[in-house]
Design a protein around this ligand. Sequence first.
Ligand SMILES: Nc1ncnc2c1ncn2[C@@H]1O[C@H](COP(=O)(O)OP(=O)(O)OP(=O)(O)O)[C@@H](O)[C@H]1O
Ligand SMILES: [Mg+2]
Length: 281
Amino acid sequence: MNGMAPTVAAADGYLAVGSEIQLLERAFHRRLPVMLTGPTGCGKTRLVEHVGSRVGRPVVTISCHDDLTSADLVGRFLVSGGDVVWQDGPLTRAVREGAICYLDEVVEARHDSLAILHPLTDHRRTLFLDRTGEAVSAPDTFMLVCSYNPAYRSTLKDLKPSFRQRFVTVALDYLSPDREADVLVAEAGVDSATAARLVRCASSLRGADAAFHLEPPSTRTLVTAAHLVAGGVAEIDAIESCVLGPLTTDGTVIGALREIAAASLPAAGAPAPPAKKGKTR
Ligand SMILES: Nc1ncnc2c1ncn2[C@@H]1O[C@H](COP(=O)(O)OP(=O)(O)OP(=O)(O)O)[C@@H](O)[C@H]1O
Ligand SMILES: [Mg+2]
């Protein structure tokens, strides 16, 4: 995501290091669908909401799961007061309103449910409602954004190339340590030294996550920990409850991670160990 100036800050708290905001905005204006990839809690939902407010369009979010049918997306006939009436689903409403439709964890949805998106994501920009025979043309302000976390992907649950290749793909990752600390200060109101310690701890844990085959601790878990610290909880206890606790229930692994966390959290006021290079974007 190089070549465009990074966005420094936003009124809604979204921080970007790369050019993802500009990419999404340009895709919006060129009427192109976008696929966001990235680990849990790295800011995908925040980014979509942020871009929605920048371009002045509402965001309709649909969480995908393997029971999601095409009727759940486009709508169905319902019996109401003795009459049979058609009720639009969230995708159809988003298309009619010219909203940004955000399909979260799209890899979870069944392939047959996703097939109805094909004519919406190419030059036709049309949603075909088979049950009513209606063809709903997407206004220029309609945008489809999908997301998934590649770490969860298995061969059983993968997107077809014919689906993936319809999208502009924007790969996100965690912020750089300085910027991630800025998020903790802004979201939880902790001081910058505390934020830097919590981020250093996460960076150490992220460095170890591959060895333990774990999903790394997210910015979300750090924000939650920072809220507890701001509320008076000791940093090590906040890390235990908010960062380590959700990672695994394996006692041996937790024990090893606890040691890594404790080593990265010197007592407040003590000199900090040199920062380790973590995953950044
Ligand atoms: N770039 C960022 N700027 C500001 N806040 C961020 C950023 N990234 C993460 N956060 C913080 O982390 C929280 C989680 O972000 P968000 O819900 O957007 O993650 P996500 O990628 O959508 O996660 P999931 O895959 O689990 O849905 C936010 O509420 C915010 O506090
Ligand atoms: Mg999300």
